[in-house]
Design a protein around this ligand. Sequence first.
Ligand code: TXA
Ligand code: MG
Length: 348
Amino acid sequence: MQTKYMKVGLSELNRLTEPAEAIKRGELVAFPTETVYGLGANALDGAAVLSIFSAKGRPGDNPLIVHIAEPAMLKPLVSGINSAVQKLIKAFWPGPLTIILEKSDAVPDETTAGLATVAVRMPDHPIALELIKRSGVPIAAPSANRSGRPSPTLAEHVAEDMDGRISWIIDGGACRVGVESTVLDMTDEIPLILRPGGITQEMIERVVGGVCLDKSLVIGEMIDKPRSPGMKYTHYAPQAEVIVVSGEYQKVVQWVNQSALADQEFGIKPVILTATEHIGRYPSKASIAYGSINHPEEAAANIFRLFRECDRLGAGKIYVEAIPKEGIGLAVMNRIEKAAGGKIVQVD
Ligand code: TXA
Ligand code: MG
């Protein structure tokens, strides 16, 4: 398949008619959102949705998020919308909050991987919103990476993983947030965060009161039956081994430098992903800053791109300095720890 490519400026959104026609025909279109690039298909067309799974190599038991262009598009997809959900929509849509509700019969089993619930969000990106409007249907879209690879935050990343496998790549530049949306289960009495993202627990609590974090996020390890099927897979991983290093920063620096030296002696190329504040403490050829320790949104915007960059540099091992799990820092650390597949070193 020849993948068509379109770079769209915000003043030329009418050019999205052609990819929107492709969505209507049941084809796959990659598009930018404020979080990461999505790989979209008509969410109401089971056959189209199945082709997302084959293009990504995605396990069939991992449900998709349905993207809508306005809150009014939610009603036909779900069995009901209570007042807490209405408050969340008012506070956070458009934006990086995915809400899980009981699904209606309009949503095919292919989209929800057989679950009785559906995940829905309204992205905060003019290209995504316009594509959905012009398609006239809700768009099911996982992140537009091959399964297990880091999520794409640039159209080039989508091309790396998907060229020749999908109809269209729409290039809208870099994604602002850089980590995927918060996934919030609203099917029980107490709202439950299944995946941390740009909308934090504190932000949600201010709107609807008590919110819990899924236990897989609290104990930080894989559990047998996660509520969110996607959370059980090793995710976001670059080709190299990833090691998260946490603790008092002087000791982190010392431990990482020693380990990196040992790697080099064994002919392994180390790359160190560090806070901007600490970059001078590492060999300049081996280290890249992900952003300020005091501004976790910078690490969020950069981390997936840097994982791909490490692959390009031929890294054999990637050491990542941990950041505090506060605000969006929790989402960043969740993605880094998943990439590390449990290899977390506590140095003090
Ligand atoms: O920011 C995002 O959410 C991006 C952009 C493209 O919108 N999309 C994204 O999709 O990250 P994906 O497929 O990579 O992640 C969706 C997550 C998975 O962990 C999946 O298991 C979970 O949402 N999920 C979807 N539907 C669910 C449901 N009904 N119940 C529980 N978890 C669900
Ligand atoms: Mg994904």
